[in-house]
Design a protein around this ligand. Structure first.
Ligand code: ZN
Length: 344
């Protein structure tokens, strides 16, 4: 109990002290680096409560706070524009910070776009094209919606199904997060079979009415407003598991399609789940991408490999003090060299 209060309290005090003395201020620590931040879903607080995978969502209030801070303390914008300027040696007084959103969710268009544009900012959106074409949730959301609802309706059934992949903890959310990790490790067909099995056991459409992917018209609107649309592959496949022909389709096929739909060159790629080995990176280069982002935590120094750019995945809770207030010093600490990354 004491640890639950003392550790965050010490963290808050140290964070404030480092910030007050200027040691973690963006202008100081971000100066010779390219910071790239990642978001996924953006949901109003009342909807976020019902979203089973809160780890990949921020509330609209939290995003508004982040965006306001980025606009004040950084030169913030799309990945490709800022990476180009960073590589050309430009070092503005307010350091570069690229804003990225993964997965192409409709909520990005509904909620993130107006907040960004009201602050005069533009961002990069990485979209998986099959999900856009079919307006279908990605497998992790399908499993999240189905397992979460099944658990509430029939806990024993949910336990026994999720238990097929390994022992299941008592807590619903903890059980879902472990099941997601285990499902991710399955071969692609087995993964989809397992998701379909949970959906079939539930016996009704588990997708909430607010869920959806952005449409091509919305992507065109974003691109016309100055945002960047990057590729997140066709099928959101774990790329190192694919053969060369499949890999080529996911990389080049998605790039060609985005360029023809949006009439703009597509220079940026985002590896699904951050998974890339040297063969995938070589294929990304051959497909013609200039830059690609991973999910590894970090801030890019000058000369960073443009096809292995690291990012900082931001959640509201990590920028809150012990008392729940969103705090610039907490965020500054997290984006500083004093923070070595989230625990695995
Ligand atoms: Zn993704």
């Amino acid at each position: 109990m004491a640890r639950r209060i003392v550790v965050p309290l010490v963290r808050d005090l140290v964070g404030t002290a480092l910030y007050q003395t200027g040691l973690t201020r963006p202008a100081r620590v971000g100066h010779d680096r390219l910071t790239i931040v990642t978001f996924h879903r953006v949901l109003p607080p009342e909807v976020l409560q019902d979203y089973p995978i809160g780890e990949i969502a921020v509330s609209t209030d939290e995003l508004a706070w982040f965006v306001d801070l980025f606009a004040r303390e950084y030169t913030a914008g799309t990945l490709s524009e800022l990476h180009r300027r960073f590589e050309a040696g430009e070092r503005p007084k307010k350091p570069f910070l690229a804003i990225t959103f993964d997965d192409g969710q409709l909520d990005n268009f509904r909620y993130a776009r107006p907040l960004l544009e009201a602050a005069g900012l533009r961002a990069s959106f990485f979209v998986p094209l099959d999900a856009i074409d079919g307006n279908q949730p990605l497998w992790h959301d399908r499993l999240g919606y189905a397992a979460d609802r099944l658990w509430r309706q029939d806990e024993a059934a949910a336990r026994s199904l999720l238990g097929e992949l390994g022992p299941v903890p008592a807590d619903r959310h903890a059980a879902l997060m472990i099941a997601l990790e285990r499902t991710k490790a399955l071969a692609p067909e087995r993964r989809l079979d397992f998701v379909a099995k949970v959906e079939a056991r539930l016996g009704q459409a588990p997708r909430p009415e607010w869920d959806g992917m952005m449409s091509w018209d919305q992507l065109r609107e974003l691109a016309e407003a100055g945002h960047e649309i990057g590729s997140h592959s066709l099928s959101h496949a774990i790329l190192p598991l694919l053969d060369d022909a499949q890999l080529g389709r996911e990389l080049k096929g998605s790039k060609d399609r985005l360029e023809s739909e949006l009439s703009k060159s597509c220079e940026a790629f985002c590896y699904p789940n951050g998974d890339a080995d040297s063969r995938v990176i070589e294929a990304t280069h051959r497909a013609g991408y200039r830059r690609a982002v991973t999910t590894a935590w970090g801030i890019n120094p000058p000369g960073a490999d443009p096809l292995r750019l690291v990012r900082c995945d931001l959640q509201g809770q990590h920028s809150r003090t012990l008392f729940g207030r969103l705090s610039p010093s907490r965020l500054a600490f997290r984006l500083s060299p004093y923070f070595s990354g989230p625990r695995p």
